[in-house]
Design a protein around this ligand. Structure first.
Ligand SMILES: Cc1cc2nc3c(=O)[nH]c(=O)nc-3n(C[C@H](O)[C@H](O)[C@H](O)COP(=O)(O)OP(=O)(O)OC[C@H]3O[C@@H](n4cnc5c(N)ncnc54)[C@H](O)[C@@H]3O)c2cc1C
Length: 393
């Protein structure tokens, strides 16, 4: 019987071993404490930063790890595989792409080495708005040019980790929608240097935390003539949506890897409990009604993992990766959710007890059906862009 459930654990074994070692310091009791305090896993994120894992995608020329996307995805997979939650800090990996691909050399020199040294954190990504939702092209937050600055006014929602970052990537409208040449144009991306938390309100930025199902420290954010220097514009003015969309494939592949990590964690717990828990005088896992759902979830997880590696390899070779990245995210999120359900069911009532960590991981992995992109929107992408079906929205 295999003790390692993941047949691809041999890939990037050195990265896996190092991340596992770090995560061992932050076991279930640590995460339960963070949840109970309604806090943020500061010590965990600091340890990852110190070890250089959060600058994995920064090229070595700027002091980063220079890892491929596949290698970086293994870092997040192993974090989630350990029972921890990459959601506390994963944004730094996937936001980075916008700066790497669209930033000027001066911007890269200004921010990347400091990010790589852990002196700056890039953990917030302010795109979603309450009225626009998934329809990003219809966002209303405006950034109006005023001399050497843009003045930002509007509202974002679900802006995660705002209290734990120095830099924030912001998408705002710089040309009124009716004057833009095409839908989707007229938006721009800014890398905002946030004032220290105590000075944000006076600068025109107010945040209101949203109590929610997972610990993402996420907020509603209100901007009132909040000044951003014009030199913080990333990429071409008016082409911000394209810059953001460019980064989406990396994000989808990284999230798929997190889901795979979650899936193996759930299955490990499910099989352990199914072998040990004795009811009616025999292990519950002896009943096919218990073992088959675990076996099916395992098969689906392995299939999703293959798609994740396929997508990452395409991305790393510089080939078009949209179809693969979206498919990997879809299958991996479905597989991890199936594993979560199976794990909870296998544990019966104990699955609901916080001490087992299952209910926390269950909530955390459920998020990936909705964010950062919902399953329906992935299906719409595949239907329209890959299968050539008529556009539905
Ligand atoms: C914990 C958490 C953290 C988040 N962190 C961030 C963050 O850091 N930064 C950020 O910018 N955003 C963040 N988000 C927002 C997240 O990206 C959005 O919630 C997600 O993209 C869905 O948008 P929405 O909630 O507005 O749903 P809506 O767009 O209102 O959609 C609601 C439902 O309708 C479906 N739907 C909508 N349109 C269609 C259609 N045309 N066809 C079929 N189905 C459709 C969707 O699939 C969804 O299920 C976070 C969200 C959560 C919950």
């Amino acid at each position: 019987m295999a003790s390692e459930l993941n047949p691809r654990a041999v890939l990037h074994a050195d990265i896996r071993a190092a991340v596992r070692e770090l995560c061992r310091e932050f076991g279930g009791a640590y995460w339960q404490g963070v949840e109970a305090a309604g806090g943020y896993p500061e010590a965990f994120v600091a340890a990852l930063t110190r070890a250089g894992w959060l600058s994995a995608l920064i090229p070595e020329a700027y002091g980063g790890g220079g890892l491929t996307l596949e290698q970086a995805s293994v870092v997040l997979e192993e974090i989630n595989r350990s029972g921890a939650n990459s959601g506390a800090c994963h944004a730094q990996m996937y936001i980075m792409g916008t700066l790497l691909r669209h930033g000027t050399e001066a911007q890269k020199q200004r921010w990347l080495p400091a990010l790589a040294r852990g002196e700056l954190r890039l953990q917030s990504f302010a795109v979603t708005e309450p009225t626009a939702g998934t329809d990003t092209a219809s966002i209303r937050t405006v950034a109006q040019r005023d001399g050497a600055h843009f003045l930002v006014t509007g509202q974002k929602v679900w802006t995660s980790r705002l209290q734990h970052t120095d830099l924030m990537l912001l998408l705002a409208r710089t040309t009124p929608a009716e004057q833009a040449r095409r839908r989707g144009e007229g938006l721009s991306v800014f890398l905002v240097e946030l004032p220290p938390p105590g000075e944000r309100e006076a600068a025109g930025l107010t945040a209101r935390p949203i109590r929610n199902m997972v610990n993402h420290e996420t907020s509603e954010v209100f901007f009132d003539r909040f000044a951003v220097p014009a030199e913080n514009l990333v990429g071409e003015e008016g082409q911000g949506l394209r810059c953001i969309l460019d980064g989406m494939n990396a994000e989808r592949i990284l999230i798929a890897a997190e889901c795979i990590g979650d899936g193996f964690w759930f299955l490990e717990r499910a099989r352990g409990y199914a072998r040990e828990r004795v009811v009616f005088g025999r292990p519950i896992g002896q009943n096919q009604g218990v073992q088959f759902p675990i076996a099916r979830a395992y098969a689906n997880l392995l299939a999703a993992d293959l798609m994740r590696y396929e997508a990452a390899a395409r991305f790393d070779r510089g080939e078009p990766a949209g179809a693969g990245a979206n498919t990997a995210k879809l299958l991996a999120a479905d597989a991890s959710w199936e594993c979560a359900n199976v794990c909870l069911q296998t544990h019966g009532g104990f699955g609901f007890a916080a001490d087992y960590d299952i209910e926390r991981k269950f909530r955390e992995t459920r998020l990936y059906q909705v964010a950062p992109v919902s399953t329906n929107l992935i299906l719409a992408y595949l239907a329209e862009h890959v299968l050539g079906l008529p556009r539905s929205y």
